[in-house]
Design a protein around this ligand. Structure first.
Ligand code: ADP
Ligand code: MG
Length: 422
């Protein structure tokens, strides 16, 4: 019986809190997963940035990456490692690079999702290029922005076609505001999107492999309060619908880790932003929900590394389009898209793996999130973001929320819930 090490690389930028928790809980789990005649053990390492020979082998079985969307050297090293060394990475770098918000809207419109009406308008200004003037003078049609505004309808949102982090997003209530926002949009290529207004619920669906977690999100609140701690805001049918939507999106694009923002109006869920392939993972935003994320990340990465799950490099869209072309009602189509997604994410095999090999994770995480080390991880993140005089106050606040999570999820409470089940 040989011991085989599976190595998990963490490719990080500004992340502080979740990697500390991830590494420490993994250490405490002290896993030895039987595989044939071998025993699998797991190590983590922080991936460093350095020059690389394209032919140099990759030492990792799996990389959890947080840089691809903006840091090119890491992205290109990951691409080389997937192509040449069979690396598995969260998230597929080609899907992150090519599938911006715009492509995600188009694809989900084709699948019949109720995406609000959305237009693209050519940019207001251009970077000078040799062929620019001749191209525009020959082919660019003059257009009436007011007419497009009337077609989309007010209120609307103007936002970059590939945006993220609320950069360049503005709410527009009338034609005058539209003209002024467009004049200020510079070189950004913009969408105009009909607002889902009013809406009575805004949910962030965080997907990690086949695991989906729902947060009632309130964008009007201060940053540290936007992820509310509400628990019972969705009915069973809505949870199942939003799970199906999230997994469809994530498997369609090949994203292991992504979040889908959806707004509810008149009982219909409208996804508005779901190309978020580096979702917020910081305790300073997630607080109460942070332990869920760390555990979900551990589960999915350990499953992928242990089973040597092959990376799905090319998206195969036809099976989704075949369903889209049927005459079925949307909910039934969505069920069929989700069935493809669950298969691609190996949900059944994943759940079996967790039951068999990660049965101790809940308790290990529950204990860890009561330790000084966990509190220090929170404090380190708070220190990086808040002014010095607020560090103690906010560390205390986020820590209290995590302790609230521990109260709601204590092993004793879980055992009592099982006993209560008929
Ligand atoms: N169609 C819409 N209807 C209502 N609110 C919207 C809409 N589009 C954007 N918003 C608001 O603007 C915010 C930022 O827009 P979003 O599309 O999420 O861009 P980003 O990728 O920058 O997060 C959203 O969280 C939401 O509050
Ligand atoms: Mg958003």
């Amino acid at each position: 019986m040989a011991t085989v090490v599976r190595k998990i690389g963490l490719s990080l930028g500004a992340d502080i809190c979740w990697p500390i928790c991830y590494e420490e809980i993994l250490k405490r789990l002290d896993l030895g997963v039987p595989s044939g005649t071998d025993t699998l053990r797991f190590e983590t390492e922080r991936v460093t940035i350095e020059p690389f020979d394209l032919r140099q082998p990759c030492q990792y079985d799996l990389v959890i990456d947080r840089l691809t969307h903006w840091y090119h050297t890491s992205r290109e090293w990951i691409k080389k490692s997937v192509v040449m060394d069979g690396l598995y990475v969260f998230n597929n770098p080609w899907a992150v690079q090519a599938m911006e918000k715009h492509t995600s809207y188009c694809a989900m419109m084709r699948l019949g999702f109720p995406i609000p009406d959305t237009w693209m308008v050519p940019p207001k200004e251009y970077e000078p290029k040799p062929d620019l003037d001749v191209t525009l003078s020959r082919y660019a049609q003059l257009f009436d922005l007011g007419k497009i505004g009337a077609d989309v309808g007010y209120p609307m949102f103007m936002k970059p076609y590939d945006g993220g982090g609320w950069a360049g997003v503005s709410r527009i209530d009338d034609e005058e505001a539209l003209r002024s926002a467009y004049d200020k949009s510079g070189r950004h290529l913009m969408h105009l999107q009909r607002a889902v207004d009013p809406h009575d619920l805004f949910v962030r669906c965080i997907g990690l492999g086949p695991q989906v977690h729902f947060v009632n999100y309130d964008p009007a609140r201060a940053l540290h309060d936007r992820y509310t701690m509400d628990l019972d805001f969705l009915g069973e049918g809505e949870r199942s619908l939003l799970r199906d939507m999230t997994l469809t999106i994530n498997s369609f694009f090949g994203w292991d880790f992504n979040s889908c923002e959806a707004l509810r109006q008149g009982g219909t869920w409208h996804p508005i932003d779901f190309a978020n392939a580096c979702p917020d993972s910081q305790v300073t935003s997630l607080h109460y929900h942070f332990p869920w994320l760390v555990k979900a990340n551990l589960r999915w990465s350990l499953f992928c590394a242990a089973t040597r799950r092959p990376m799905r490099v090319n998206q195969d869209w036809q099976p989704f389009f075949d369903v889209a072309e049927t005459d079925l009602p949307f909910r039934e189509k969505l069920r069929q898209y989700a069935a493809i997604a669950e298969k691609r994410f190996d949900t059944a095999k994943f759940e079996k793996f967790c039951d068999k090999h990660l049965a101790g994770l809940d308790e290990a995480a529950w204990e860890f999130f009561g330790t000084d080390l966990a509190r220090d991880a929170v404090r380190q993140k708070v220190s990086a973001l808040f002014p010095a005089h607020e560090v103690e106050e906010f560390t205390g606040m986020f820590w209290a929320r995590i302790q609230g999570w521990r109260e709601d999820n204590s092993p004793r409470a879980a055992a009592a819930a099982v006993r209560r089940k008929p």
